[in-house]
Design a protein around this ligand. Structure first.
Ligand code: BDP
Length: 708
């Protein structure tokens, strides 16, 4: 025993010395330093009940406390002492009855942590109305110990119902827009073998409140609905169930044709309906708590009800009616755009969906990307959020950084999520924020929720880099509470992922908080959009004309010519500003009121247009690109100073990635400015020049970047 304590004391003394691959994510449970320990002292644990969820809650508690305090708390009754930890629900732990806890306000999934007197002694309670609430409470407790925070009273309940990861994982193991290796779902060995990694995946998700997942790509294959794959999915669902995570499936609209050779997939055809009814019954037989379907229909070549002259509501309602008796929902994606260059892509979703408001069943929820275009470094919020009061609406964020530097660039997405969620839609006057619409409180929607396109793969560190893990983390925390601050979440994450030492936390959180703006500056400043290289979206491609459709070409978006740059989306242009409401509409319509971050998104302005800094548009564009590059250099400096606090593995990988990011930020700046200069025909101020001629950048092969 003494030897153990000695070893533990040694562990506590050391700076971050242990090797870390990043596999443990934010659940590292490292030994608590001596000065913080007393406040977590636990003399015994009273946590009866043996449901699968309560069992994993106690397991996690033991694992966490063993790691952080040196031993798991004993469970034999030592009631006559201070330091009891009581964990459970009124059903599992009747003793809670006597404590007069405000359990009602917790709802079905919330929890409380409370300091109480039990048997005349000081005790701490983690309680909830349901087993899953207890698990969330245990994770909240462990989070605070990891953060070295005092265990004051706390009440928390999720503001949304569906908190779901969308994996764009293909059945062959590849991941669409995945930058962290292959898929963690090994369909080949399922259902015979479920890797322990799946349990760790479930733990990580439950720790941040995620309660659903879709394991297959929205560009779905019909095979996912075959009997063989339903059995594989069942094995996954069984492993995730104790952690409160329900499984949903992406479905391909034409599955009845592809699997069973039906002649049509028309949603109003009785044979089609019968096919889905049987398929849904088959799924629920294997997976009784199956969540429902995610559908990408009539979008980017995917089949859908419009192929049969039916609308989105016809399609969604048909399967919703069949899912209802089983308790399932339909998440119908609103990511559609017409193949018609005369219609602004940003207008299409409102054009197609707003007329259907009020026609969807109450177990259908529209899943809307945060912006009208496509997960850009910055877009205004989608006007669809303000347009469909009678339809449940959920957010779709992209956690994987398809358009923000993919694996390597450090971009903490908390500020992006927060900016969108705080945006005022003016749906019912000021204060109608996107957060209030998707949490259902504004329009009393039947379903509320948030989906995130996952950045998870089988890389050792799950997300391709340690800082990419923060984006998974912040998604979960903001899905739980869409009004949470990005800075507060960054602070939580940093303290758990690295150290609670303020000398480390303060500069690193500042670096994270400005990192997304930095990416905006060196990629798409002032409201530029979709000027990434064709198809792979890594690196600059403002010249890109590849692709069969006008709205897949970069010049469609930036519209640079000799008169100026930007997309006129006002009443004189595509009238996209007209899809907004109230002060948002007024601001976007009027160039003098439009926030400069969205200037070129809503307006075509001349190269000599005077920006708020007093610079001409051309000079402002250059200044922003420059700033982006300089700020990456600043991040490199901040990180270099953190070496004493971080293990070698994670320090070195981050430093190398920042160096890549710096080199690629220069590439972005120089390639874009070399390209736009041919239209602006203005000189580069202050001696700056892109290093190479435009043709050099245009010919850059995939996965290469210019020599610095
Ligand atoms: C785009 C991606 C594409 C997805 C599509 C979608 O480039 O891979 O299939 O969105 O959301 O961002 O369906």
């Amino acid at each position: 025993m003494r030897l153990l304590s000695f070893v533990f004391a040694l562990l506590c003394l050391g700076a971050p010395v242990r090797a870390e691959s990043g596999y443990d994510l934010w659940l590292r449970y490292t030994p608590v330093e001596a000065q913080y320990r007393a406040q977590y002292a636990t003399t015994w644990l009273l946590a009866p009940g043996d449901s699968p969820t309560l069992r994993v809650a106690v397991q996690e508690l033991n694992r966490g406390l063993a790691g952080m305090l040196g031993s798991a708390p004993p469970t034999e009754n030592r009631a006559a002492m201070d330091g009891t930890l009581l964990v459970g629900t009124p059903a599992s732990l009747p003793a809670l009855d006597r404590l007069n806890l405000p359990l009602k306000e917790l709802g079905a999934q919330g929890y409380l942590i409370r300091n109480v007197t039990y048997g005349g002694h000081k005790a701490l309670v983690i309680a909830a109305n349901s087993d899953i609430g207890v698990l969330y409470g245990v994770f909240a407790y462990l989070r605070r110990v990891q953060m070295r925070q005092p265990m004051t009273d706390l009440v928390s309940a999720p503001k949304t119902q569906l908190r779901i990861l969308n994996h764009w994982d293909n059945l062959d193991g590849t991941v669409e827009r995945g930058y962290a290796g292959q898929s963690i779902f090994n369909w080949h060995v399922l259902p015979g073998y479920v890797s322990p990694r799946i349990t760790d995946y479930a733990r990580a998700n439950a720790s941040i409140g995620i309660n659903g997942m879709v394991p297959n790509n929205v560009n779905a294959r019909a095979d996912s609905l075959s009997p063989e794959y339903i059995e594989k999915t069942k094995a996954l669902a069984d492993a995730l169930r104790p952690y409160g995570i329900r499984v949903y499936l992406s479905v391909r609209w034409s599955a009845p044709i592809e699997i069973s050779h039906l002649k049509t997939a028309d949603p109003l055809d009785p044979a089609v309906k019968a096919w889905w009814a049987a398929k849904i019954a088959e799924i629920y037989k294997s997976i009784p708590d199956f969540g429902g379907f995610l559908v990408k229909a009539n979008s980017e070549g995917q089949p859908g009800p419009q192929d049969y002259h039916r609308n989105h509501a016809d399609g969604a309602n048909m399967i919703a009616d069949l899912l209802r008796p089983h308790g399932g929902v339909v998440m119908w994606r609103a990511f559609v755009y017409a193949n018609d260059p005369k219609i602004d892509r940003a207008n299409t979703a409102v054009n197609e969906f707003a007329p259907l408001d009020g026609q969807f069943r109450d177990n259908v929820v529209l899943q809307i990307k945060n912006g009208p275009l496509d997960f850009q470094p910055r877009e205004p919020f989608s006007p669809l959020f303000a347009t469909m009061p009678k339809t449940s609406l959920m957010m779709e964020f992209q956690i994987t950084k398809e358009y923000l530097g993919q694996q390597t660039h450090l971009a903490y997405l908390g500020p992006l999520f927060e900016e969108v969620l705080k945006s005022d839609t003016y749906e019912h006057g000021p204060g109608s924020t996107v957060a209030k619409i998707i949490d259902g409180s504004m329009d009393h929607h039947a379903i509320s929720g948030m989906a995130g396109v996952a950045n998870i793969g089988n890389d050792a560190d799950w997300s391709g880099s340690v800082f990419n893990q923060a984006n998974w983390y912040v998604f979960g925390r903001m899905a739980w509470d869409p009004e949470m601050s990005a800075r507060a979440v960054a602070t939580e994450w940093t303290r758990q992922t690295f150290t609670a030492d303020p000398a480390f936390v303060a500069p690193v959180v500042d670096m994270m908080m400005s990192s997304r703006e930095t990416v905006v500056n060196y990629m798409t400043p002032l409201g530029l959009e979709l000027i990434m290289a064709h198809s792979h979206h890594m690196g600059p491609g403002p010249w890109d004309m590849i692709g069969p459709r006008e709205d897949w070409k970069a010049p469609y978006y930036h519209r640079a010519d000799e008169t100026g740059i930007g997309f006129d989306r006002t009443i004189t242009g595509s009238d996209n500003a007209g899809q907004y409401k109230g002060a948002a509409k007024a601001a976007f319509e009027d160039v003098t009121k439009t926030p400069e971050e969205y200037l070129l998104y809503f307006h075509h302005v001349s190269w000599d247009y005077k920006t708020r800094s007093g610079r001409t548009l051309w000079n402002e564009l250059i200044a922003r690109y420059q700033r982006g590059v300089e700020d990456v250099a600043g991040m490199q400096q901040v990180w270099a100073a953190q070496k004493p606090y971080v293990d070698v593995e994670r320090f070195d990988k981050t430093a190398s990635f920042l160096a890549i990011q710096h080199r690629e930020a220069i590439w972005w700046r120089d390639a874009c400015l070399a390209y736009f200069a041919q239209f602006s025909k203005r000189p580069f101020p202050g001696g700056y020049q892109p290093k190479y001629p435009l043709e050099y950048y245009e010919k850059m092969p995939m996965f290469a970047s210019p020599q610095p």
